[in-house]
Design a protein around this ligand. Structure first.
Ligand code: F0G
Length: 360
């Protein structure tokens, strides 16, 4: 039998590039090492010659890219003696914080916007034993409260303003470079707080500076049209979008993200809710890949820029799908057009249902 070492998470894998030492107790759930899938059917529909790869971050342990940052943030919090972590969240950060706190044996407090997080994410925070504090306000208000409360309470903030978060998240860029044996020409991401786009740029830049790659991608950040401060050139006070994960009007990594755009010669753009949901559905129906609405913003934006030629033919494009589709079953069921037929439990009715739908 061929022996393959057990994969034990991204800190172990990228130890040399992360701020840990030999004695650090690693808090891991085996995050990272996610698939980089080449799209087969969607590029054909565009009629353009482009290679589109999907970095499927929904396959992390809690179903989103947040696990990459959370393994680092919680590892360091525990190392520094913290007994409790806190975050504001549109859902995924709270799910990851709750899970990694459980793994570490410490407490988690999560502030979420009342009624505005997807059901799967709420279920995760609750199951992992976090104290869920629903606020009658949006993410931006929650973030402000978390910063204030942490000044008076012995809790460690694990939002992406915690520098260890971005350190963990940069490893996604390492994985992409290693699999492609080069950097892509374009890397497309959904943007909320803009932590992830900044983390990816950090990762690409480290490999570039180490001489591992000769180029870096243009970073393309796509926002939901109702929550697009980078397009408006200033903060948005009442952000709205069906993509609740990126319903953010006051991004925490504002300066960092503008720097990424400048340095990488990339751009920001916005997608309507309709475009986002159409891309989510296209991925599910044409490629068998299920992501949550916010995640599909990266592909929605990329497809538009491929169509207009802003992303030229012959390009190698990576789109990050940040979270799994199962996070938000309500939206999925609402917009699915797949037939669900109810019939009597007889051979004849089941056969008829098959034959009726075969032609469609
Ligand atoms: N996609 C998903 C699925 C997210 O959950 C988030 C952020 C983003 C994209 C945007 O990433 O903020 O680094 O630009 N979710 C945070 C949360 C805000 O609380 O889960 P970003």
């Amino acid at each position: 039998m061929v022996y393959r070492p057990r994969y034990t998470g991204l800190i172990e894998r990228y130890r040399d590039h992360l701020p840990v030492n030999d004695d650090t107790r690693l808090i891991s759930l085996g995050e990272g090492n996610t698939p980089l899938l080449k799209l087969n059917n969607i590029p054909r529909l565009t009629g353009k010659n482009v290679d589109i790869y999907i970095k499927y971050e929904g396959l992390n342990p809690t179903g989103s890219f947040k696990d990459r940052g959370m393994t680092m943030a919680v590892t360091k919090a525990v190392e520094e003696g913290s007994k409790a972590i806190i975050c504001a969240s549109t859902g995924n950060t709270s799910a990851a914080a709750a899970a990694y706190a459980a793994r570490a044996g410490i407490s988690a407090f999560v502030l979420i916007p009342d009624g505005k997080i997807a059901l799967g994410k709420l279920a995760q925070a609750m199951m992992h034993g976090a104290t869920v504090i629903q606020i009658k306000g949006n993410f931006d208000k929650g973030m402000q409260l978390v910063k204030e409360v942490a000044e008076h309470t012995p809790v460690t903030i694990v939002n992406s303003i915690n520098p260890y978060r971005l350190q963990g998240q940069k490893t996604a860029a390492f994985e992409i470079v290693e699999e492609l044996s080069c950097a892509p020409d374009f890397h497309c991401l959904p943007v909320g707080n803009a932590g992830n786009i900044s983390a990816h740029w950090m990762g690409y830049s480290e490999y570039y500076q180490d001489g591992i790659v000769a180029t870096r991608p243009k970073m393309l950040g796509y926002q939901a049209a109702g929550s697009a401060p980078f397009m408006r050139g200033g903060m948005v006070d009442e952000p709205e979008t069906v993509a609740t994960a990126i319903r953010i009007g006051h991004p925490q990594s504002w300066d960092k993200a503008w720097k990424v755009k400048e340095e990488s010669q990339g751009w920001f753009d916005e997608c309507t809710d309709e475009e986002i949901l159409a891309a989510q559905k296209l991925l599910a129906e044409k490629e068998g890949i299920f992501c949550e609405p916010a995640s599909a913003t990266s592909l929605a934006g990329a497809l538009r820029d491929i169509q207009t030629g802003k992303i030229p033919e012959g390009s190698k494009v990576v789109c990050t799908l940040t979270g799994h589709g199962l996070k938000d079953p309500d939206i999925a069921i609402k917009q699915s057009s797949s037939p669900v037929v109810t019939v009597s439990a007889t051979l004849e009715s089941v056969r008829d249902a098959i034959l009726d739908n075969m032609a469609k």
